[in-house]
Design a protein around this ligand. Sequence first.
Ligand code: GLA
Length: 396
Amino acid sequence: MNEVLQLGSEYFSSQFGGVPDGLWSAPGRVNLIGEHTDYNDGFALPIAIDKRTTVAARARADRLLRVTSSSFPGMMEVSLEDLDPDALTGWAAYPLGVAWAMSRAAAAGAPDGAGSGGASRMSGLDLALTSDVPAGAGLSSSAAVECAVALALNDLWELGLDRQELARIGQLAENRVVGAPTGIMDQSASLLGEPDHGILLDCQSLVTETVALGFAGAGVGLLVIDTRTSHSHADGGYASRRRSCEDGARRLGVGSLRALGPDDLPRAAAQLDGQTYRRVRHIITENQRVLDTVAALRTSGAAAIGPFLNESHLSMRDDFEISTPELDLAVAGAQELGAIGARMTGGGFGGAALALVRNDDAGDVAGGIARDFARAGFTAPHIFPVTASEGARREL
Ligand code: GLA
């Protein structure tokens, strides 16, 4: 048993006694490109990373859910009957929000309410969470919790939901219980990730494709620069960007911005106010950059995608206005120090940037960015490599 699993199992025993029925894990994600496109029915290319949340779980004879996390003090207890999305708060809103969304799906047979299902198989559970996904860094520590718990409950309650349905359950928990109006990208990446591959998501059809990254063969890798400045999607910025996009789509007479391409930009410029136009332009050009990145990876290899990453950052900085001075400095520093490309990643307003670097340059890039941050008087960033890893799985 590897160290993480060992820890997960031991943590369970220390909290509940005895041994768990099973252990499940799910990774965080980093988005290579395609930001704020998911809730616009667009394209994104996230990667599941080699940092995971594990949940050790055991069925109970009664209807009580007990959940504990090695990252937060206290044990939360609630009976399955009393799961109320409006009453769940704090860290436990993620695992218990998933339990609420799963019990709803079980009662109905599917997340969207069709069929008849397995509510009778739902027992109470003891759940113990451990994680090495950094929280608040824009690496979807919340999706890692949601997806690990969703997979565990799907097995223990024998619901037979597929991974797309589990992703929608995680998203529902996040939207309804946590109150963040996020899209489907994070949960999809965490559930569908594959080693050495990005996951091309078409958020309209929900069709996914794996895209070989070829990073190891090209001698390159991804560095994450966690600026350690906070971001919270329940706050106003994320929701207001989403509203602008929906408003732009409505005023341009389409159901979602996915329906528009670069040829529609002149019409959008003529019809929209300046700020809404810039928001719309980010989404339209970002969708195109995702497709261009995939094409470049397939035809020319990883070293060819740098310009798309760099342009994506400028678009988020200037058009979508979700970057911060720390993220801009991390990106500029990486670019000056020879990165192939760099951009902020995730929802924005803080969190992390990523840089695609030649392996030989990784130390210099990390050292240079740390120096730039110290010179600017910013909090020291946390800089580490990530590799594309397998999505959520049962471990034991
Ligand atoms: C957050 C959300 C995602 C997505 C990104 C931005 O991570 O959870 O759904 O919208 O921001 O691309």
